[in-house]
Design a protein around this ligand. Structure first.
Ligand SMILES: Cc1ncc(COP(=O)(O)O)c(C=O)c1O
Length: 404
């Protein structure tokens, strides 16, 4: 808990010890998840059985073969040194092969693939690689917070463009002011989308690549949910767009695809110059990924993938339980074809934080207020399927008894 501090608490403590953290820290917005975590800890102390549907993490383990590989590698005496900056060549080749097999995208494993310590690390470091103080990044609203926080850490700023229900949570690129687009350096997109659960077609990606080309932007597509899908849906990669590699990189991850969120391994692929710049930051701030984890990731990519279908079927059942529960109490929700998330509309008369807090306090069910993802998230709540099915069911039973 001690580490879950808000900006104000940090300020109080640092004043007490006369320490002056960099101004860039005071520019960071309060991290809503830390506050929520604190509130849940308090309630649990009081004996409340809290069901956390606010967590965006897989609740199930990876396949046994992956765990066995980690254990085997960890027992080898030569696997414990620094692993090198750019990942094992075999892993980079396996990532390239995955892109060919899954998307028909050819990647040179010697320059177009960069393993990461989880994709979040790469998202944040990319801003350090490309933004100087005052530079602008185009960021969706709502969005996973790291795109914006990375820009702030680099001293840059963001222009946020809305993702609206009436456009199926795809941005209206023509509505981004031309002078803003011209001034910006990075352009972030994320499909399948956290938090809205929306998906994007190859046609939309084609439009986005053209927009990036026209305005001289580095298009950064974040795709960690591309294998967490329902009803047989198969999301495209942005790199399938002809010529995309000239202006774009794609982030991907083992966290959600293989239930390896805590293992910290992901990748960036695509534009060679962008990956070189990202690699340059990384060589100065980290020292590579534990070899045993890289070897297990290699096993994850190259072993039989059918277990993912069973895992997705479990998520889909939970998705449907949540959709049914929300509908039963008159809360409108968007049915996702991918991701761990259901994006539900806040009932009239409440802000997203008020409703989430009332449900948490009165029924011990935690949903994430949409305001955590930006101004355009304010009318929404996010529910996650990363929780045991029996608990998801119980959460929906409690919701049905909730008076609001
Ligand atoms: C959209 C999005 N990008 C990136 C991440 C971070 O994933 P990783 O575990 O690979 O750092 C998450 C995690 O929730 C996410 O939702």
């Amino acid at each position: 808990m001690v580490y879950n501090l808000g900006a104000q608490q940090i300020e109080t403590i640092t004043k007490e010890y006369d320490m002056q953290p960099a101004k860039r820290l005071s520019n960071l917005p309060p991290y809503l998840f830390a506050q929520l975590g604190q509130r849940i800890a308090e309630l649990r102390k009081q004996g409340v059985d809290v069901i956390r549907l606010d967590i965006g993490s897989p609740d199930m383990p990876p396949d046994d073969e992956i765990i066995e590989s980690l254990a085997r590698s960890a027992r080898q005496s030569d696997r414990h040194g620094y692993a090198g900056y750019y990942g094992l060549p075999e892993l980079r080749r396996a990532i390239a092969d995955y892109y060919t097999r899954r998307f028909g995208v050819d990647l040179d494993s010697e320059g177009e693939v960069l393993p990461l310590i989880g994709s979040k690390e790469g998202l944040a470091n990319l801003s350090l690689a490309f933004l100087d103080p005052g530079d602008v990044a185009l960021v969706p609203d709502p969005a996973y917070p790291t795109y914006e926080l990375g820009a702030y850490l680099a001293g840059g700023t963001t222009h946020r463009f809305p993702l609206l229900a009436e456009r199926d949570f795809l941005p209206d690129l023509a509505a981004i002011p031309v002078e803003v687009a011209r001034q910006a350096k990075l352009f972030w997109l994320n499909y399948p989308n956290n938090p809205t659960g929306a998906v994007a077609s190859l046609e939309f990606f084609t439009e986005a690549v053209a927009f990036a080309r026209e305005h001289d932007l580095l298009l950064c597509h974040d795709a960690p949910y591309c294998e967490v899908t329902y009803e047989g849906y198969r999301p495209p990669s942005l790199l399938q767009v002809e010529g995309a590699k000239e202006v774009a990189i794609e982030f991907n991850s083992f966290s959600k695809t293989y239930n390896m969120a805590g293992w910290r391994i992901g990748m960036a692929v695509g534009n060679r110059a962008a990956l070189k710049a990202l690699g340059q930051v990384k060589t100065n701030v980290d020292s590579g990924i534990f070899t045993a984890i890289q070897e297990a990731a290699l096993v994850a990519l190259t072993s039989d993938q059918t277990w993912l279908e069973g895992r997705n079927a479990i998520y889909q059942e939970r998705r449907d339980i949540i959709l049914e529960g929300l509908a039963a109490v008159g809360i409108k929700a968007h049915k996702p074809l991918a991701t761990l998330y259901i994006w539900a509309e806040v009932p009239e008369g409440y802000s997203s934080a008020e409703f989430a807090d009332k449900l948490l306090t009165e029924k011990g069910v935690s949903l994430t207020p949409g305001s955590a993802y930006g101004e355009y998230g304010e009318r929404y709540l996010r529910a996650s399927v990363g929780m045991a099915t029996s608990r998801v069911r119980e959460a929906m039973d409690r919701l049905k008894e909730f008076k609001f």
